[in-house]
Ligand binder design. Structure first.
Ligand code: GLU
Length: 559
């Protein structure tokens, strides 16, 4: 028994045992598909196998059905153990040709990062090339700024491509193949109204256009330029009985009356995604197509085209959906939010775009690592920020220098501070890397501390200012208490960061929810540069976003 037969056999036995010894074809198909999404493209084959197996199972007596089922592990459908991480690609013969093919509807988001990173990593593993293909054949869904934004995002991700194509400059190639298909009788011009076609299609009936001679279709195809939207479409012949109505005679070409940002009004007839994707994947010699499982039916549609032309079908790999906790991944929602003024732009910290993530100080290496861990598995994955932060922290802990930042500051003046305590405090830029040097923070009676820290310290309790002295508060005055660290520890005093009033720099930290904290950073932060990620002691990691002579703006990464 082949693997596939065994799966079907088991489902048939389960179904029979549950239903008084009688398994049903339909139910088996459903349960095989539900538990083995990877087999959906083999539905036809499975249906054939199923009907033979059902006959066999239904002829067994119930005892035999049960014992057969036990041999296969019992009622429980053993889910195939899904391998994690960057599993090997199936059917690799020598080098691979992979492609990353985004639609230019906006910048890349974390979901795109998965496809981009996986493609890059597989090319690295097997050798070969990565193609960047911009799929801009729907002029209504093109953002002219996206071409450049997407390339910037890929560069940030460290994804390099060896060839680049823009589909809007290949329209005539698609015309050529459309024409070939018509000549071969494998595609036809359809002038049915969309609704009429749908009624027939849903009943598995061909529309009248399907039966018309090739010459008729060819003539209409040549006239298509002069037609209005919806007047006619070119359809690829598939199986009009196909169990999925979406696959029955799908549209390959249509008229779009809209100026294209790159080609203007040069073309009116545009290929649908399935047509241009399949033609290009073939012409570009793509060996493996990595795409989301929302494209399962598209892969099935495209197979018809490969078969009509006698082309070798690439290996399709469908991965699951990727959800990111708390972020709107949809480009259209993000765009709407930007237009409505809800978000500040594509790099608003609340968005799941690559540029928003980068702006927050999340490192490319963390995203790469995350995507490699998730790999191309078919089950859905939800990524928590905690996970991203964990990966990022490992990188930042080593690279980020430490500073004091006092958000929401309150000014205090330490009374009776001994002259001997006044001076310069030295703290290492990074405790593990003394060679990086140290910061110098002037310690004087007038300081800023965080209002929350002050509030948490009731009258009489002491509080320790890091590396300096213990102070106590009484009815609004702050007094020197001692400089004994042990005493502070015993008293379980909070040990807090501070900055001098004189010389500290105004700072603003934009938080992940876009709220802003304002305060002061210590004077030595004058050395930070845009893109540095620093660690504010007791506050967390933050990326330097903007430096002016008056103020430094940071974006918060995580604790
Ligand atoms: N441009 C398509 C998309 O981003 C490509 C799909 C595919 O991988 O074939 O959805």
């Amino acid at each position: 028994m082949s693997n596939l037969e065994e799966i079907v056999y088991k489902h048939a036995l389960i179904n029979a045992v549950k239903h008084k010894g009688k398994a049903s074809n339909g139910a088996i198909m459903g349960s095989v598909m539900a538990t083995h999404a990877e087999l959906r493209s083999e539905a036809k084959k499975i249906a054939q196998i199923a009907s033979q197996i059902v006959t066999k199972v239904n002829s067994m007596d119930p005892e035999l059905q049960k014992s057969e089922l036990d041999k296969l592990g019992g009622m429980k459908e053993k889910k195939p153990v899904e391998e994690k991480g960057l599993v090997d690609l199936p059917d690799v013969k020598g080098e691979v040709v992979l492609r990353f093919a985004p639609n230019p509807s906006g910048p890349l988001h974390i979901g795109h990062a998965r496809a981009a990173v996986l493609n890059k990593e597989y090319v690295k593993r097997y050798g070969g090339k990565l193609i960047l293909r911009i799929e801009d054949t729907d002029p209504r869904r093109v953002d002219p700024n996206a071409y450049q934004m997407m390339e910037e995002d890929l560069k940030w991700l460290g994804v390099e491509w060896q060839e680049k194509y823009v589909q809007s400059s290949r329209i005539e190639i698609y015309y050529e193949y459309a024409e070939k298909l018509i000549e071969m009788g494998k595609a036809y011009m359809c002038t049915c109204k969309g609704g009429d076609f749908k009624i027939l299609k849903d009943e598995s009936k061909p529309c009248p256009c399907r039966e018309l001679p090739v010459e008729h279709s060819m003539k209409l195809w040549k006239q298509m330029e002069t037609m209005g939207e919806g007047e006619a479409v070119l359809r690829v012949k598939t199986d009009i009985q196909h169990k999925n109505p979406a696959i029955r005679d799908w549209v390959a070409m249509r008229v779009v009356d809209e100026k294209h940002p790159l080609t203007g009004n040069k073309y009116k007839i545009y290929p649908m995604m399935n047509f241009s994707v399949a033609v290009d994947d073939h012409l570009m010699g793509v060996t493996h197509v990595l795409r989301g499982k929302d494209h399962l039916a598209n892969s099935e549609k495209q197979r018809y085209l490969y078969n009509h032309f006698g082309w070798k079908v690439p290996v399709f790999i469908h991965y699951g959906r990727l959800k990111m906790e708390d972020v709107a991944l949809s480009t259209s929602k993000a765009r709407q939010g930007i237009e409505d003024g809800l978000y500040t732009g594509w790099d608003d910290p609340r968005l799941g775009t690559i540029r928003a993530i980068a702006r927050r100080g999340i490192k490319q290496e963390a995203i790469t690592e995350l995507m490699m861990e998730i790999g191309p598995k078919i089950s859905d994955a939800t990524v928590s920020w905690k996970k991203v932060y964990g990966l990022n922290r490992t990188i930042l802990e080593e690279t980020s220098n430490r500073y004091f930042y006092v958000p929401n500051p309150t000014k205090i003046k330490i009374e009776n501070l001994p002259e001997s305590e006044i001076g310069i405090i030295k703290r290492p830029l990074h405790p593990d890397y003394p060679e990086r040097g140290s910061r110098e923070i002037p310690f004087r009676p007038e300081l800023y501390i965080t209002t929350e820290d002050l509030k948490k310290t009731q009258d009489g309790r002491i509080l320790r200012l890091i590396d300096t002295v213990n102070v106590s508060f009484n009815k609004g005055t702050t007094s020197y208490h001692s400089n004994d660290l042990e005493e502070a520890r015993k008293a379980k005093a909070m040990i807090i960061q501070w900055v001098p009033v004189e010389g500290s720099i105004k700072a603003e930290v934009v938080m992940p929810d876009a709220t802003v904290t304002t305060g002061f950073v210590e004077p030595s932060a004058v050395n930070v540069k845009v893109d540095d990620v620093v660690q504010f002691e007791r506050f967390g990691f933050a990326r330097v976003d903007k430096v002016t002579d008056k103020e430094i703006q940071f974006y918060f990464a995580h604790k």
